[in-house]
Design a protein around this ligand. Structure first.
Ligand code: ZN
Length: 292
């Protein structure tokens, strides 16, 4: 039986000291659906440690010299007008407090691409292909599980996987023959076959493969639930189990998998929620969030 949060709160109520105020907020304004943002916890007294989740996705907090706590969060694409932050806060002298707060979310407006294709491209795959795709999806999901079980490995700035322009943004809807078939859950960077593809932060090479849709791939486990993936490569230059640093060469741009031409598709997710990698690149480093 699962213990509800209300029951937990009731059980822990005697440990909550009167007059303690805790603020939970976004770091810089209300974020949009499908983006990355920082959750900040402050209070008087300041909690020493915080653990928790945002819509069931993990939050790994870092403590700033000023005492504030901050964690990288993903705002799920499917979030409505708010998300639920559930935290366990540890204070000095062994006191613990659990809190649940709602934080607002802004609606994202995604552009739509209308494409007319031969109807056979919009039919579902046959059973043999479905089985292959299911196996590949299962392997990708295991990377997510590994990242959720790994402490945070990334730090400082995230760097771009390619220095080139973005050719297709995150979230764009693809309408084939008048029906929405898919949403673009990554960021496409321009590149010719053989151009370098680089790790966007420190992590472990968790998965290398040659997948039906994604082609030759590298998945990095950055810990604290965070995964980045690099798709359609022509060549992979790392091995499973390698630890790579931000900016390290992972492989080369290609046109493997189901693509119309060479480019890099870069994907970022926390847990099973993909979000806009461009919003992650735009964030200040977690370690310097409160420097002014
Ligand atoms: Zn793409």
């Amino acid at each position: 039986m699962r213990i509800g949060i209300a029951v937990l709160l009731a059980t822990l109520a005697p440990t909550i000291a009167a007059g303690q105020s805790v603020q939970v907020s976004w770091h810089a304004g209300t974020p949009r659906q499908g983006t990355f943002a920082y959750v900040v916890v402050a209070g008087n007294p300041t909690p020493v440690v915080a653990r928790g989740t945002l819509d069931s996705l993990p939050l790994a907090f870092v403590r700033a010299p000023g005492g504030q706590l901050a964690a990288l969060a993903v705002v799920p694409l499917g979030a409505t007008d708010s998300v639920t932050v559930a935290l366990v806060l540890d204070f000095a002298k062994g006191r613990t407090r659990q809190i649940v707060r709602r934080l607002p979310v802004a609606r994202a407006r995604f552009p739509t691409e209308r494409l007319s294709v031969d109807p056979r491209f919009t039919r579902p795959p046959d059973s043999a292909l479905q089985a292959r795709i299911a196996r590949e999806n299962a392997r990708a999901r295991r990377v997510t599980e590994a990242a959720l079980a790994t402490p945070r490995l990334w730090s400082r700035e995230f760097v771009r996987p390619r220095p080139t322009r973005v050719t297709s943004v995150f979230g764009i809807g693809r309408v084939f023959n008048g029906r929405v078939q898919s949403r673009h859950l990554g960021t496409d960077y321009q590149g010719e076959t053989g151009d370098p593809v680089r790790a966007t932060n420190r992590g472990i090479v968790e998965l290398i493969g040659d997948f039906y849709y994604a082609g030759r791939i590298v998945y990095l486990n950055h810990g604290a639930g965070l995964v980045t993936a690099y798709l359609h490569l022509s060549e992979v230059l790392v091995a499973e189990g390698d630890t790579v640093q931000a900016g390290q060469l992972l492989g080369r741009v290609g046109a493997s998998g189901r693509v119309t031409g060479p480019h890099l598709h870069w994907m970022v997710r926390i847990g099973r929620s993909s979000a806009d990698g461009a919003s992650l690149l735009a964030l200040p480093p977690l370690e310097r969030l409160f420097d002014q």
